[in-house]
Design a protein around this ligand. Structure first.
Ligand SMILES: *[C@@H]1O[C@H](CO)[C@@H](O)[C@H](O)[C@H]1NC(C)=O
Ligand SMILES: *[C@@H]1O[C@H](CO)[C@@H](O)[C@H](O)[C@H]1NC(C)=O
Ligand SMILES: *[C@@H]1O[C@H](CO)[C@@H](O)[C@H](O)[C@H]1NC(C)=O
Ligand SMILES: *[C@@H]1O[C@H](CO)[C@@H](O)[C@H](O)[C@H]1NC(C)=O
Length: 752
């Protein structure tokens, strides 16, 4: 395949001019348009320049554009950015870009990337109790503004009503493009940045994703929320008194970085405190990752940025959003299943899940048929039309999850072929992780081990039968450990910076009930049913949980930096599940740090962490230089004026991060950290190390004595390989404890 692809590309390059020569239009324009694409261009302002307004800045940005572009019909400038990056996006040819690169002040440019998008019960599951204002001093997030960069919103939803909401804080400068009647004290801002145009249409959510994530972060209390009668309860977001500012950048085609940057630029100016982005592309170096660069600019202005880790697990090195100034959020399960049991003809019962719970499904055994037995290679995944020729009428059809076919769509195929019910079996990679999906027919999704038992039974019985029994919402961890990291959640190590342990944290992201636009089908197959809530899964769903929790922390500690909030979330995270065992993964094996991050978020502990690992935006500069980036690349990210030679370079693991990740050869590595006291003024902490196997660890000093709030202390951790385990990843932890606090950092060591 490789050579073929490159030949195709080569031929098209050769053919392009010929085609153009044969065309009759205005030649130059035509060639420009054909080869034009949107680039995001980073520039450095001339020393001492102070722009007096955005007109000035735009004028300077336009000076980079090619002179011929003035005569071109289509406008070249897409956005001129002012807050989160120094630069602009523009439509250019490759040649024009090359000419631009020679201009004074040009730093770096990348083609615009199109990035993919990646509750009733979650507040209680996370230990957030109504009477405490969720967490002490947080007042349900009152006064904090969360910016949602997503698919827009359905504004009339009860989750976005403003009963009990105060007016937005005085610093709020944003606007509402729905018109005053649809915005209120909950939904304070709403704008659209799509395809290079601002505010052409109000940010109506045509996908449902943005409505779901916004209500997860900061939805109001809504009594009696449910979907198809299940997951019933009072729905609320994590920060039900926080304000929401909506920035629509995504459509069904994805989300362009140029639009995302424009939204972040506006959000920072508008006065948001937290930005939530359930969006992510593949890992690339930070200087080429414009979402990461925008997040740096936002962080610099004090805005907390939380982003999805990605849905490409369980495979290694599949993370999105790896920058250390971003909170990278992995997805885990909750202790709620919406049970659909499979009862086999041999008496064995397999517990699966389905949101659709028909009460009248007959208990008489029905013949079981394995779709794969049709001989059609697509049939195992019950792809559309693949069951033709197989007699499934009135039978229970067994389909395999995956094969690029959605589980609900697999059910649609079975239903269309006349099947009575579906059993959806996991493949080995998904292990025990099932979804409670709104299936179109009676169905049950079962784990891989149960699927193996099922196919063995079918193989051994000439006359296999099954029936389904629907048992509704089952709370508690009687049969299923929770939380557990789910199979789809992307895994580390970080490709862009393996010296920073990623993901950072896990939060609920499986079968999450939240608000849904009644105007959007809750799944492609929901055939005509409309609902005001929907249950969906993804690191997209985990991210707004963490954004809401960050808003609670911001409300409780208005003076904390984004890094301090992040540190508090990470060092207090849970490592044990609700049964007191180490948190597991999709195979019920202990989850590695590359799956779980520092642990599962524990908001009530995060509000009072004792110590924090703080960082200012300047601290990232020597770290970025230490990654081997050129001064211009670092300038594009940080807008610093100096060079790497002046600011210096530090090893990645010396960034003052709340977790530790090192690559260890035969030489020892010493890691530096600084902790700041945010707990009791007078406190003494002692270090306890749980050694990563094969690694000797020493901490110096082993006692830290504080006498004031805000006081900082340094310590070092020296790691040395004891000579075994080459190529392995070894995990341990460092815990600082006082009489009141436990401050934990995971240690990940890749042995070379
Ligand atoms: C996006 O904008 C460009 C021009 O800027 C236009 O050619 C294209 O059709 C637009 N795409 C969509 C999906 O609106
Ligand atoms: C298969 O099992 C069903 C239900 O147990 C029974 O009614 C039927 O007679 C069996 N058929 C054969 C061929 O054994
Ligand atoms: C929902 O899906 C059904 C079937 O695919 C379709 O007929 C209906 O128009 C859709 N409704 C909306 C609001 O898109
Ligand atoms: C911690 O170390 C840094 C240098 O790495 C130094 O500038 C700072 O003064 C130290 N802080 C304390 C409290 O010793």
């Amino acid at each position: 395949m490789g050579p073929n692809i490159s030949i195709v590309a080569f031929v098209s390059v050769l053919l392009l001019p010929t085609v153009l020569l044969l065309s009759t239009g205005p030649m130059v324009l035509c060639r420009d348009d054909a080869a034009m694409q949107t680039y995001i261009v980073h520039v450095r302002s001339p020393a001492g320049t102070v722009f007096t307004g955005s007109e000035d800045r735009q004028e300077w940005h336009r000076s980079f554009l090619p002179p011929t572009s003035m005569s071109s019909s289509a406008p070249r400038m897409v956005y001129s950015y002012g807050n989160v990056i120094s630069g602009f996006s523009a439509r250019l040819t490759r040649e024009e870009l090359e000419a631009m690169a020679a201009k004074e002040g040009f730093l770096h440019a990348n083609p615009d990337r199109i990035l993919p998008l990646q509750t009733t019960h979650t507040p209680e599951f996370l230990g957030l109790h109504l009477q405490d204002g969720f967490i002490k001093g947080s007042n349900f997030g009152r006064g904090v503004i969360i910016g949602m960069v997503d698919t827009g919103i359905f504004p009339n939803h009860p989750s976005f009503g403003d009963d009990g909401m105060p007016p937005p804080p005085a610093k709020w400068k944003g606007r509402c493009d729905f018109g005053a009647s649809l915005c209120n004290n909950k939904l304070i801002g709403a704008r659209t940045f799509v395809n290079g145009t601002v505010g052409k249409s109000p940010p109506v959510d045509k996908e449902g994703h943005g409505t779901h994530t916004a209500s997860t972060a900061a939805g109001q209390f809504v009594k009696g929320a449910e979907m198809l009668g299940e997951a019933l309860g009072t729905a609320s977001g994590m920060a039900p008194r926080a304000h929401l500012a909506i920035y629509k950048v995504c459509t069904d085609e994805g989300c362009a970085e140029s639009d995302i940057l424009a939204a972040m630029d506006a959000a920072v100016d508008d006065g948001v405190d937290v930005l939530s982005l359930s969006i992510g592309g593949v890992s690339i170096p930070f200087y080429a990752d414009n979402l990461a660069i925008g997040a740096f600019g936002a962080m610099e202005k004090g805005v907390f940025v939380s982003c999805a880790a990605g849905n490409n697990g369980p495979f290694s090195e599949t993370l999105s959003n790896e920058a250390p100034w971003i909170l990278t959020v992995a997805a885990s399960t909750m202790d709620r299943s919406i049970r659909a049991s499979v009862k086999l003809g041999n008496g064995v019962v397999l517990n699966g899940e389905s949101l659709y719970q028909p009460k009248d499904f007959p208990s008489t055994p029905l013949p079981l048929v394995y779709a794969e037995s049709s001989g059609n290679p697509d049939a195992a995944f019950c792809d559309d039309g693949s069951l033709d020729g197989l007699d499934v009428k009135g039978k229970v059809v067994v389909c395999v999850r995956g094969g690029y076919v959605g589980g609900i769509d697999e059910g649609k195929t079975v239903k269309d072929a006349g099947g009575a019910a579906m059993i959806l079996m996991n493949q080995v990679v998904d292990g025990f992780c099932t979804f409670a999906d709104p299936h179109v027919l009676p169905a049950s999704q079962i784990g891989y081990a149960d699927g193996t038992a099922l196919t063995a039974y079918i193989g051994s019985s000439g006359n296999a039968t099954a029936t389904l029994a629907f048992q509704g919402t089952v709370l508690g961890t009687g049969s299923t450990p929770a939380p557990a990291v789910t199979s789809f959640s992307s895994r580390g190590p970080s490709g862009a910076s393996p010296g920073i342990l990623k993901p950072d944290i896990s939060g609920p992201g499986v079968s999450i009930l939240a608000a849904w636009p009644p105007t959007v089908n809750s799944s492609s197959a929901m055939a005509g049913r409309s609902a005001t809530f929907n249950v969906i899964s993804g690191t997209s769903m985990a991210t707004p949980h963490l954004s809401g929790i960050a808003a609670l922390l911001r409300a409780a500690h208005p003076d904390w930096s984004p890094a301090a909030i992040k540190s508090a979330i990470m060092t207090t995270a849970d490592t044990l599940d609700r049964r007191g065992n180490p948190i597991t993964d999709q195979n019920r094996l202990p989850a590695t740090y590359f799956a779980l991050g520092s642990g599962h978020v524990n908001p009530t502990k995060a509000v009072d962490p004792g110590l924090v690992y703080d960082l200012t935006s300047d601290n990232y500069v020597p770290y970025l230089c230490g990654l081997g980036y050129t001064s211009k690349q670092v300038q594009a990210i940080t807008r610093m004026s100096g060079s790497c030679d002046t600011v210096g370079r530090i090893p990645q693991w010396d960034l003052n991060y709340p977790s530790i990740s090192v690559i260890l050869g035969s030489a020892s590595v010493t890691v530096k950290r600084t902790v700041k006291n945010v707990g009791a003024a007078s406190s003494v902490y002692t270090a306890k190390v749980y050694n990563p196997p094969g690694v000797a660890v020493s901490v110096e000093p082993r006692t830290l004595q504080f006498s004031a709030v805000g006081e900082e202390k340094n310590y070092t951790v020296t790691l040395k390989s004891t000579g075994s385990g080459e190529g392995a990843v070894s995990e341990g932890q460092l815990v600082w404890s006082s009489s009141k606090y436990v401050v934990r950092s995971p240690i990940s060591v890749t042995l070379q």
